[in-house]
Every structure is written in C-alpha cells, then in structure tokens.
Design a protein around this ligand. Structure first.
Ligand SMILES: [Zn+2]
Length: 338
C-alpha cells in the first residue's frame, strides 16, 4: 500500500482480513496508516523543494523505542561497529547490501542517484505489523509475533521498500491503477533479484516469494506474494497472473498490489529463460525511460525497445527480445503494431 509516497509492504486487504479474524494489532496497524501518511505530507513537500549536494548514501539506523515516532535515538551510523541490538544490525547490513548492489551493477549512488542518506527506523510502535518507505526514509515495525515478524531482517522486504525510493526518483510512477501496479512491480522485481543475490541462490533454487520470512507459522500462507505463481501465496492473495483476470475495482488504489501480479509473472517467465542479470539490466534501464502515468502497454513498448537496444550493444543475450515478447504475451500483453 502506498499513498502519497507511503509504500507499505503489507497491503491493506491482508490487514483487513486478519483484523476481521480478530487480530487487534493488525487492526491497529491499519488504523495508524492514515495518521502516518498525513503527518508525512509536510515533510515530503520540503523534500521535493530542497537542493542537495552529492553525498555517499551513508546509513543511519534509528531506534523508535516502541514509540510511533521516527528518528528517536540514533543507534548506529555508517562505519560504526555492530551493537547488541540484532534488529539495528540487520537494518544496517541489509540496507548496505542493497545500496552496494545498485552501485556495483548500475552505478546508482543511493536511492536518488545523488548519495542521499539511507535512513532506517526500527522498533517502530508496539507490535506494529508493517514496514514502509515514506519518501525519504524506511520504517520497520517488529510485528506482533502472531502473524508477522522481523520486517527489518527480510532482505526482500527491505529491497522492495528501498526500490520504491529508486522508482520515486527515477520515474515517479503514480501510485494508482496501472502506473501504481508498475511501481509495485519494480519493487517486487528488485526485491526478488536482491534476495537471490543475498542468498547466493541460482534461478532454480529461488522460491520467487516476497515476504516469506516476515510471516509466522500462524499466518494463513507462505508469504505476501509469489512472482512465480501470483494468487497462491496466502488465503488472501488475489493477484491475477493474466490480463483476462485483471482487477478493475477501486480497492488498493485501483489494484496496485493486485494487478502487479501480471507483469510480475512476465518477469518471472523472462528470468527463468535469460537469467536474472540480463533481466535486471533490461528492467532497470526500462524504469529510467518510464514516466509518471505510464501504463502496462507503455511498459511493454519500452521494455521491448530497451531489450532491442541492449542486444545491439551486446549487453544482454540475443534471445532476450523473443523471450521478453513471449513472456508478456503469455500474460495477455501483446504489442499492437501499427
Ligand atoms: Zn510496495
């Protein structure tokens, strides 16, 4: 869920269903959402107006000390030794791994390309069942231990959220309808790529799940989403994997976490054929040329253009164009030729 640049890892319909089943901390997390994004609007307006000089993407980890506040106590900053708090160290290590992945592979300096500080808040609230990016920093709850746990320790969740930052500065895809589903899609794509890199998995070993380690054994499912099999990750997973089942309702900002299953499946189908590294480059370069209101057809057009260009530059394999075309057509997205 992401409203005015507030991108939460647990979508509202999952929290609603768990609240209906009597989970009080899910109900509270859902209720707090509105308050959080209202408060942050002022901060974001300032962020968009400011001029910043080039920096190095230094990490700052704050402890919210179970309050519903950000930047309460600075626990660890760039270059400092590990401390006793496991969650602080996990947030530090995971955000560093992700920052270094983007720098090494795409020469991207932090989320904004200008070395913006990478700020994380841990132990946010009490039993807070979510993690979110809100325009300039990350915030993680501890989870209630009943349905959710350890948000800051989940490399795919941290990568998903930081990728919302990269998308915000690179294409600023509007967080509603198809542009919003693409925003979610890019976060899941780099969430899953970075998870595979972090775990040193090859493509056959990967589970293609998002958020499998933040759900407990009680949670009715194995993860938040599945890129390999959208719609199967849990009892509430309503993601389609084909345009035939496209969600056209107004919930979830007109289906941002729902219809993202369609391009997610196309990405999976491409990656298992041409590999995760070629796909990472194609998708990253495509994001650079997308814009605020881009829809699924725009994505298809640009991803094919970019694939063709990268083949001509010998940067991805020769079969990439055919594979990406076929993957998108498998989910019902076919390029209309004039
Ligand atoms: Zn998201």
């Amino acid at each position: 869920m992401c409203i005015n640049n507030h991108c939460f890892i647990i979508p509202p319909h999952i929290l609603e269903e768990l609240a209906k089943r009597g989970n009080a901390s899910c109900k509270k997390t859902l209720n707090d959402t509105h308050r959080i994004y209202q408060k942050r609007n002022t901060v974001l307006n300032h962020l968009l107006q400011r001029e910043i000089s080039e920096a190095k993407g230094d990490r700052f980890i704050y402890d919210s000390e179970n309050q519903y506040k950000q930047r309460v106590t600075l626990s660890r900053e760039e270059g400092n030794e590990a401390i006793e708090d496991f969650t602080v160290n996990e947030a530090y290590d995971n955000s560093g791994f992700i920052r270094d992945y983007f720098k090494k592979n795409f020469n991207l300096n932090s989320t904004d390309g200008k070395g913006m500080d990478i700020i994380s808040n841990v132990h946010y609230g009490e039993k807070y069942n979510n993690a979110y990016w809100d325009g300039d920093e990350m915030t993680y709850g501890d989870g209630d231990g009943v349905e959710f746990q350890n948000f800051a320790s989940a490399i795919d969740v941290v990568a998903h959220e930081l990728m919302h930052g990269v998308t915000q500065f690179m294409a600023n895809l509007e967080y509603r309808s198809q542009s919003g589903a693409l925003n979610e899609h890019f976060s899941d794509v780099f969430g899953t790529i970075i998870k595979q890199k972090y775990l040193k998995q090859n493509i056959e070993e990967a589970d293609w799940l998002i958020g499998d380690t933040v759900v407990t054994e009680n949670f009715p499912g194995v993860a938040i989403r599945s890129m390999k099999a959208p719609g199967t990750a849990n009892d509430f997973d309503n993601q389609p994997d084909h345009m035939d089942n496209y969600y056209s309702g107004s919930s979830d900002n007109h289906g941002v976490h729902i219809n993202s299953g369609i391009p997610n499946k196309a990405f999976y189908l491409s990656a298992i054929e041409i590999g995760i590294d070629d796909c990472a480059l194609i998708w990253f370069e495509t994001l650079k040329v997308l814009w605020r209101t881009a829809d699924f057809n725009d994505m298809l057009e640009k991803v094919l253009e970019m694939t063709e260009q990268l083949i001509s530059e010998n940067k991805v394999c020769n079969t990439a164009f055919e594979t990406v075309t076929r993957s998108f057509s498998s989910v019902g997205l076919i390029k209309v030729t004039a």
